[in-house]
Design a binder for this molecule. Structure first.
Ligand code: HEC
Ligand code: HEC
Length: 354
């Protein structure tokens, strides 16, 4: 598999009657399963890909599960990871030296800021909820609308965004080059002084180290005792209700575009539709991409409230029950919601420390 098919391929029609949940699931398996490992080479029998994290299905302890365990990233350059970590926490990447990547992607807070919308320089409020950087390396695209193709490319976004770091490469590089110690670190590692591509390279390498294997990964690799009975019951419901049609693969999401409101119009009840609500439409300009978003990863989701691109769901219970309503056309019984939430907690992993 080389290229990723156009997003419309993945987008389900918003018709209640067209697809019952069973048909929906069948369709989902046929359509989505081959893409479960995104655009990496994982289906080709490769054990780890260059950018890591995805095992070959044949080698799995539980090969028929729609979720895949994270593989440790064995080919990272530790010196780049260390430099990238430093830059990720460096406020000089912002115009007035007040905001670092970590301001909005706090690694001790699930890799985000727990706000509905983030605050950038001068306390300016952004337009969309900050996703976690944890396991972002496993996403097939970056950003809610998938407008960025790689972690390297993504770095330039917040640096230039007036509501985030409000700076420019020229400003950032000039500041970094005044720091003799930092400059010698770059020269030792890259044989060159700080430059945009090198800052991008180091930060992306650091982000590739932010994989968080969880108890679910232990279960997926064969440890029956890793999940409690409640969590296993929740996982069974997660599959039975069809959540895995969209949240699947190594990142439990992050490998498909889907409309928010497949079975019922989520946006109909909103007082106003913002540009951010248009999702992938902003990238492609195609009508069928209106309100289409990258399906978010559910790894560490118990730590990343509030939920959805608009931060509208304050609790995980609320998010899960809205997913039932808008994506699957079912009002999930309270007990199912609670069990699914119990399962989602098993997706919280260890954040690697330096
Ligand atoms: C002011 C807050 C803020 C700052 C500073 C910030 N981000 Fe973000 N980050 C966000 C928001 C909000 C989004 C979602 C934007 C969107 O999808 O349109 C995001 C998205 C991302 C994503 C995509 C994740 C995904 O699942 O799609 C990555 C990776 C990321 N940021 C890394 C970084 C890095 C690296 C830096 C520093 C160079 C940084 N961010 C600085 C708020 C911030
Ligand atoms: C048809 C695809 C699809 C199905 C089925 C689906 N989801 Fe989602 N899910 C999405 C999309 C797309 C989003 C992002 C919506 C947004 O914010 O715009 C999302 C968001 C979420 C979020 C919020 C994540 C975050 O970080 O904000 C949770 C939690 C979630 N889904 C859980 C579930 C559960 C549990 C099920 C099954 C009951 C489910 N989903 C079924 C596509 C789907």
């Amino acid at each position: 598999m080389s290229a990723v098919p156009p997003s419309s391929f993945f987008v389900l029609p918003r018709s209640k009657k067209l697809l019952g949940v069973a048909g929906f699931l069948g369709l989902a398996l046929v359509l989505f399963y081959p893409f479960a490992s995104s655009d990496s080479a994982a289906q080709g029998g490769v054990v780890t890909t260059a950018h890591g994290g995805v095992p070959a299905r044949a080698a799995l302890a539980r090969p028929n599960e729609p979720l895949l365990p994270i593989q440790p990233n064995i080919d990272l350059n530790p010196a780049k990871v260390a430099l990238g970590r430093q830059l990720f926490h460096d406020p000089r990447l912002s115009r007035d030296n007040s905001v670092s990547c970590a301001s909005c992607h706090d690694l001790s807070r699930g890799g985000m800021d727990r706000r509905v919308r983030s605050l950038g320089v001068g306390q300016r409020e952004g337009v969309i909820n900050a996703p976690t950087v944890l396991n972002a390396a496993l996403n097939f695209r970056q950003f809610w609308d998938g407008r960025s193709p790689s972690l390297e490319d993504q770095v330039a976004g917040p640096i230039h965004n007036p509501l985030e770091m409000d700076s420019s490469w020229a400003e950032v590089i000039a500041k970094l080059r005044q720091d003799a110690r930092l400059e010698s670190q770059f020269i030792a590692l890259y044989k060159a002084p700080p430059a945009p591509a090198l800052v991008q390279d180091a930060i992306a390498e650091f982000e590739r180290s932010l994989l968080t294997p969880s108890r679910m990964d232990r279960w997926l690799t064969g440890d029956d005792a890793a999940l409690s009975e409640r969590e296993l019951a929740g996982y069974a419901l997660f599959k039975r209700h069809g959540c895995t049609a969209c949240h699947q693969g190594a990142n439990v999401g992050g490998n498909l575009f889907q409309r928010f409101g497949v079975m019922q119009d989520y946006f109909a009840g909103k007082p106003a539709i913002s540009a951010a609500d248009l999702g992938r439409y902003n990238v492609t300009g195609r009508e069928e991409d209106r309100h289409v978003f990258k399906v978010p990863s559910l790894r560490n989701v118990a730590r990343t409230a509030p939920y959805f691109h608009d931060g509208s769901a304050a609790t995980l219970e609320e998010a899960v029950s809205q997913m039932g309503r808008f994506q699957l056309g079912v009002e999930l019984p309270k007990q199912d919601v609670q069990l699914i939430v119990a399962f989602l907690h098993a997706l919280s992993g260890e954040v690697p420390s330096p």
